[in-house]
Ligand binder design. Structure first.
Ligand SMILES: [Zn+2]
Length: 332
């Protein structure tokens, strides 16, 4: 009975999704063909070499500003169709300096496109400016300053992504301090390819409000207790974890264990064009393969709203919508 609830009707946030990877496969194919850019066949996950090639193709087609607008508009439209009421795109304006002239100009174009798409499709959109942990602290500090100057004007958080191994979060404390002082959330990737020590650094050194992935926290009971106690949300991506070998089998994914320990978790798609599922599909994966109940799915949906800087009005409407979604299943 309960399993018949429509997951696209569950109001949710999508907090861990890298903007370029939210492009529709058919849009990438169309733009690449028009611009005569070679991309590997877009047929789902086929290893990192294909991923790197596809990502370069994504960046190449986005060198035309009109295409960036199209990407953001379609990504928000797809989010709305999946029941997303709040989306936080991970953006890297530093990739678009050639196309836009400066990091600031690229970010302002992303902010404007996000605002327009959000208004058109009825979704609140925030941007997570994402520093590259394989680059210098100075680059991250520059990005943090630019992000901080747009706090409350489209930018909501500072992220940290790319190779976790050998690039510890603690090195970026100065950048995250700037972001937090401006009222941005701290939302680094950690605890995906490196264990609990990486998550400890995210919370101790970067003051993480949310940790993207974070699932390897499960290896340290004291860390799990601290995450629960402080209400730090883990933005979890089951399909990504499976395809990257972070977990061997979705049936033993740590998400249920983290929820049972009282850790707030959201469910996310990470890189849909690479891994396949969109956000509603990822909820279905969480239900059918990870084994979450509808009550747990609703709990994750609420965390994906409540743990963010989404507006109070949106939070109230989402809470009511989630309660209605649960009640509908009870009555069926
Ligand atoms: Zn990610």
């Amino acid at each position: 009975m309960a399993a018949r609830r429509d997951l696209t009707a569950l109001p949710k946030g999508h907090l861990h999704v890298h903007l370029e990877a939210a492009m529709r496969p058919e849009t990438l194919a169309e733009l690449a063909s028009r611009m005569r850019i070679e991309i590997p066949p877009v047929t789902g996950f086929s290893g990192f070499t294909a991923f790197a090639g596809m990502y370069e193709g994504l960046l190449a087609v986005l060198a035309e500003p009109a295409n960036l607008h199209r990407l953001i508009d379609e990504a928000v439209e797809d989010a709305a169709a999946d029941g997303v009421v709040y989306v936080e795109f991970g953006v890297s304006p530093q990739f678009y300096v050639t196309a836009f002239g400066s990091i600031e100009a690229a970010l302002d174009a992303q902010i404007e496109a996000a605002r327009a798409a959000g208004a058109r499709h009825g979704v609140e959109v925030g941007l997570m400016v994402t520093a590259d942990r394989t680059r210098d602290l100075a680059d991250a500090v520059e990005l943090a300053r630019i992000a901080a100057s747009r706090a409350g004007r489209g930018v909501v958080s500072l992220g940290l992504a790319n190779e976790e191994r050998g690039h510890p979060a603690a090195d970026f404390a100065d950048a995250f301090r700037i972001a937090r002082e401006a009222g941005l959330q701290s939302a680094p990737h950690a605890g995906e390819l490196v264990g609990p020590e990486s998550v400890w650094q995210a919370i101790d050194d970067l003051g993480a409000d949310r940790v993207l992935h974070g699932i390897r926290a499960v290896e340290d009971a004291r860390l799990v207790a601290v995450l629960a106690e402080r209400g730090i949300c883990l933005d979890v991506c089951p399909t990504s974890n499976l395809l990257l070998g972070v977990v061997d089998d979705l049936a033993i994914h740590p998400l249920p264990q983290l929820l049972a320990a009282g850790v707030r978790c959201s469910i996310n798609a990470d890189d849909p064009i690479l891994f396949g599922p969109g956000i509603a599909q990822e909820y279905l994966v969480a239900r059918e393969r990870v084994g979450l109940t509808d009550e747990q799915l609703a709990e994750c949906a609420w965390s994906s709203i409540e743990a963010t800087l989404a507006s109070d009005g949106l939070k109230r409407r989402a809470r009511a919508g989630i309660d209605a979604w649960l009640a509908e299943g009870d009555a069926a």
